[in-house]
Design a binder for this molecule. Structure first.
Ligand code: MN
Length: 350
């Protein structure tokens, strides 16, 4: 499909909200980490593969991750994507040592902000931060917003640590104070979780991503983050990493577990998991062009909470745009899905 319609013809702009980039310098750093002592097995499986494979898929991804200009815009035109919200690809700076992570997050944000300035109607960008240094991450959120970036990208765990740990909560505090959302994007499972996934090839985007990131989002909810930061908004992709489908059981078993006083780590929180999902999360369909899954999630958390993403360049799937355009859905809900929810969530102005 080469889409020739305009936003005016369709009645909505298509805004893709989980699109990735990588500065070429990122791969230089990754090469050193991969060649260093005892590299993270998930990182070796993911970036070790993409950076060394001769497969057409790997070559496509590495090439187009690095472009924030004509080649990307041409692909957007070809697919009929009016606007991309772009983030530093997983695992971003979170695989680095703290000092390098802090400085490279700034480098990546400067590059992304330059691209957004060059193509303001086509590109927006999220702020990369280094959770390894929460105080610097909070500062970078403020600096990134000043550069015109929108929202914060966190590529799930950082060296096996999760944002449910209060030592990271300065990041939540900054995001809430600046009224900007945090996109919790997948990473491969950490060293102490990955073996059963790795031995059968399920550690990556096929499944391990969703299991690891869904658990991360749950840990944030059950740790009481949204009781402490009630206005904080987070975004999760891949149809909510399956949490909507789990929602009933999560509510039932969370309550049962708390009431039975089974774990010191699971204390009472103010609301149900399903209520946090509805009020503190946006969910994107990145990588999931399933009308049934999108409608199920709209029904569960609200049509104002589910939004479009392609997952470019990992899933450069032009045919999915037509599938989603053709969803049997009221026109105003489809406009929310493709356009206005993203404009509201990220405070987009172009
Ligand atoms: Mn992605």
């Amino acid at each position: 499909m080469t889409d020739k319609t305009t936003a005016a013809d369709r009645g909505y702009r298509r805004i893709a909200t989980e699109e990735a980039f990588a500065p070429s310098e990122l791969f230089d750093i990754y090469r050193k980490i991969l060649a260093g002592p005892n590299p993270d097995p998930g990182f070796v499986s993911l970036m070790g593969f993409y950076m060394s494979s001769d497969s057409a898929r790997a070559k496509h991804i590495i090439e187009y991750l690095q472009d924030l200009d004509a080649k990307r815009i041409a692909h957007m035109d070809e697919a009929g994507i009016d606007h991309q919200v772009i983030a530093l690809t997983s695992p971003g700076v979170q695989i680095m040592d703290a000092d390098l992570a802090v400085s490279f997050a700034r480098t990546a944000n400067d590059q992304l902000a330059d691209a957004v300035r060059k193509h303001p109607t086509r590109l927006s960008g999220m702020i990369a931060v280094a959770p390894q240094n929460p105080a610097e991450a909070a500062k970078e959120i403020q600096r990134g917003l000043g550069l015109g970036l929108k929202g914060v990208i966190v590529n799930s765990h950082t060296h096996g640590e999760y944002l449910s740990d209060p030592k990271f909560w300065e990041i939540f505090e900054a995001a809430e104070a600046h009224d900007t959302p945090i996109y919790l994007h997948p990473n491969t499972p950490p060293r102490n979780m990955i073996q059963p996934f790795l031995e059968c090839g399920l550690d990556g985007a096929i499944y391990g991503f969703g299991v690891e990131t869904g658990m991360h989002a749950l840990r944030i909810m059950t740790a009481g983050v949204f009781d402490r930061f009630p206005k904080l908004q987070m975004i999760i992709g891949h149809m909510g990493e399956a949490l909507p489908f789990w929602s009933y059981r999560l509510d039932y078993m969370h309550r049962a577990t708390v009431l039975s006083d089974r774990y010191p780590s699971m204390r009472p929180v103010k609301r149900k998991i399903s209520e946090y999902l509805s009020d503190n999360f946006y969910i994107t369909n990145s990588g999931v062009a399933s009308e049934a899954a999108i409608k199920f999630t709209q029904n569960l958390i609200g049509v104002d909470r589910v939004m479009y993403a392609m997952d470019y360049p990992y899933q450069h799937a032009i045919e999915e745009v037509a599938i989603l355009d053709a969803m049997d859905m009221p026109a105003q809900d489809k406009k929310r899905f493709f356009q206005t929810n993203a404009e509201e969530a990220f405070r987009l102005t172009t």
